[in-house]
Design a protein around this ligand. Structure first.
Ligand code: SAM
Length: 253
């Protein structure tokens, strides 16, 4: 699987992928390449932005260097070059991180993790990207949430982290992520709380059930905690699980 990241600041993302479980991604067969649109810009100053038509603050990223960069990436990937993915269905999607995108969720991450195509990831900067490039080249728009970042690099790093940790061999226990929050194995709910040594920390004991060695009781307690946490913090997840028929009759009551 291969990801190509278009960014003016590759140094913001690359180190993040070299630490923790992410560093095992290349051993798991995932390649991440960085491309700077400045390398595809004209002139001595290699300009990649200009003032917005209509006036207003800030700068806008130019369409042409981004298009040249995207075409070079397609070539390097051995894919057909040019805009409009609909004409090249076998190509990897070009994803633009933007507040206007669909919020990033587990289901989307899992889909990317399973597809062998990978993706081309575009990180915007300044006021954003000339809309004509977005219209012609972008296949999918993803938002990290309802807030504005200075650039798409944090969004790309978050996306890559979430996708990479789902690759076999990246986590120590290959299927441990199945018990994480939002996973279908726990009905898309929040994960239960976790405890470790000592058994009593500053007067607070570990819940007795976790020391019992009774696996059925522990599983039932964890499920109950997951339901309670979701009801308190994310009732929308509980509602979705109910609608999807992922809750037992007893849990619905
Ligand atoms: N003018 C834009 C707006 O109000 O929607 C914000 C531009 S922002 C300062 C610069 C870049 O950061 C965007 O082009 C996008 O790539 C990235 N970005 C900002 N917020 C984001 C978010 N919530 N999710 C994903 N990317 C984001």
């Amino acid at each position: 699987m291969r990801f190509d990241v278009i960014t003016l600041f590759p140094e913001l993302i690359a180190p993040y992928l070299q630490h923790g479980v992410n560093r095992r991604a290349s051993a798991a067969g995932v390649e991440v390449h960085f491309w700077n649109p400045r390398d595809f810009a004209d002139g001595a100053y290699r300009r990649i932005d200009d003032r917005p038509f209509g006036g207003g603050p800030g700068m806008v990223m130019l369409a042409e260097p981004l298009a040249r960069c995207a075409d070079a990436i397609r070539l390097a990937r051995g894919e057909e070059v040019g805009p409009f993915r609909s004409a090249h269905a076998a190509r990897a999607p070009l994803v633009f991180f933007t507040p206007a995108g669909a919020p990033l969720r587990h289901a989307m991450v899992a889909e990317f993790a399973q597809s062998q195509q990978g993706a081309i990831l575009l990180c915007g900067r300044y006021e954003g990207v000339d809309q004509r490039f977005v219209d012609a080249y972008v296949d999918q728009q993803i938002s990290l949430g309802d807030f504005v970042l200075s650039g798409g690099e944090v969004a790309a790093a978050a996306f890559l982290d979430a996708v990479l940790r789902l690759q076999p061999e990246v986590l120590h226990a290959a299927d441990s992520h199945a018990q994480d929050s939002f996973n279908p194995a726990i009905s898309g709910l929040l994960d239960c709380p976790h405890y470790t040594r000592p058994e009593v920390w500053r007067t607070q004991p570990v819940p007795e059930v976790l020391l019992s060695g009774d696996h059925a009781r522990i599983a039932a307690w964890r499920r109950q905690q997951s339901l309670q946490l979701s009801a308190r913090h994310r009732p929308d997840l509980l509602k979705r699980a109910h609608e999807a028929g992922a809750l037992s009759a007893a849990e619905v009551k």
